[in-house]
Design a binder for this molecule. Structure first.
Ligand code: NG1
Length: 409
């Protein structure tokens, strides 16, 4: 799982293609600190990029062919021609994540230059740490640069969010945005429509511990259907709340988005309108989205003010809301959250879409070892035969976003 250094990557490239790679494209995974299932409702999120990333050595070609090999032999090499309408690999195949940016950039800008590449990733797959967007960004950034597209990181992130929908998940734009635009040492509050990043320094003595349940949340099967269903519920809830407010004279026209609704009636007004307009299940989904957006705003204040306990409480409240109202937690996620708190965390929550994957816990630097121990011993060592390596439980380092440049010789 750990990334080989670039010399190893360059050697693998040369052995495969008979020439040295000229460029390196890389993009990190991310951990979302708070603001879950808000991005596709155009409401804010607060993620940070991880020290784990996809790295790809490449050499531009003079034709439109893309050939990519993965150092992880579980993933067979992928070859395709860049054009609008690239035929998809089977659902869930990793090739769809490298075809996605090529297909989208060909449709939007008619790009026609491909490359040969070898890549490696140490972002755990299907764990809610966005290995998929790190892959999409790594390939998309390379294609954009070698085809001379003028696009800054925010514009590229927007393009990559659209591109990833090729894979069948109607995702929001958080993952592509933080992986493309993160700043080392910082988290970012991200707002959508239009996409904006505001970098927030992570206080020096805060540590975010990530722990994996080991339960994969594949975005190609049941988790994808559950995710897309949540998204539709949110759209329906917004329409119903809008209609209700109009009937009540609370708004002159239906709100076109969640931010428009909140600007008109505020957080409390929105929840009250939801209580009047929605049946139980939709109300639960709607209440999560509204209260989670509020928690993101407060979390930024806590981070700026260095209020560890306050941030921990918000993370706990986020998890409770995801479990009870949004119903995307699992017994394993709940167990890790409980263990983290018992081990001395200020707060903990599931991170990413849920249904499996990882939790994130906040600890002061002094309390970090206790939290790591509680998660490793209490969860991983307690499951016979499964060790708790660095891959499963680790301290996330707020890292730099994607980059593209010449390969070091
Ligand atoms: P994961 O499954 O953690 O990569 C997904 C979406 C995000 C966001 C979160 C939930 C994609 C690529 N990512 O993240 O946009 O909606 O769920 O907050 O679809």
């Amino acid at each position: 799982m750990s990334a080989p250094n670039d010399d190893v990557l360059a050697e693998a490239f040369t052995a495969r293609y008979g020439a040295r790679p000229t460029h390196l494209s890389r993009a990190p995974g991310r951990v979302n600190l708070i603001g879950e299932h808000t991005d596709y409702n155009d409401l804010p999120v607060l993620p940070m990029a991880l020290q784990r990333e996809v790295r790809m050595a490449l050499r531009p070609r003079e034709d439109g062919l893309v050939r990519i090999a993965n150092e992880n032999v579980e993933f067979e090499p992928v070859d395709f021609e860049i054009k609008p309408g690239i035929p998809r690999s089977t659902p869930g195949h990793w090739g769809n994540y490298v075809k996605a940016p090529a297909d989208h950039l060909a449709r939007r800008f008619g790009i026609d230059l491909g490359f040969d590449g070898v890549l490696v990733s140490d972002v755990p797959v299907a764990s809610g740490l966005s290995s998929s967007s790190a892959l999409v960004n790594t390939v998309g950034l390379a294609l954009a640069r070698l085809n001379d597209l003028e696009a800054d990181p925010v514009a590229l992130a927007d393009l990559m969010a659209d591109a990833e929908r090729y894979t069948g998940t109607r995702g929001g734009g958080m993952d592509q945005a933080i992986s493309m635009g993160a700043r080392a040492g910082h988290a970012a509050r991200i707002d959508f429509a239009p996409l904006r990043l505001n970098h927030v320094r992570v206080p020096d003595d805060w540590r975010f511990v990530v722990a994996d349940t080991g339960v994969r949340a594949e975005k190609s099967g049941a988790a994808q259907r559950a995710y897309n269903a949540r998204r539709e519920e949110c759209e329906r809830a917004l329409r119903m709340v809008g209609a209700y407010l109009i009937r009540r004279g609370g708004m002159p026209v239906p709100p076109s988005s969640y931010p428009v609704l909140l600007a008109a009636v505020g957080y409390e007004g929105a929840v009250t309108a939801g209580e009047g307009a929605l049946e139980t299940q939709l109300l639960k989904r709607f209440r999560h989205v509204i209260t989670e957006a509020r928690r993101v705003e407060l979390a930024v204040e806590m981070m700026v003010g260095g209020d560890l306990a306050g941030m921990g409480e918000l993370m706990d409240a986020s998890h409770a809301s995801l479990r009870r109202d949004y119903e995307v937690s699992s017994p394993e996620l709940d167990e890790l959250v409980t263990l983290a708190r018992e081990g001395g965390a200020a707060g903990a929550r599931l991170t990413g879409a849920g249904f499996g994957g990882c939790v994130v816990a906040l600890a002061s630097s002094d309390a970090t070892d206790g939290v790591l121990r509680a998660l490793r011993d209490g969860y991983w060592a307690a499951r016979s035969g499964q060790g708790a390596g660095e891959d499963r439980v680790f301290v996330a380092v707020p890292s730099e976003g994607a980059s593209y440049g010449l390969m070091r010789r």
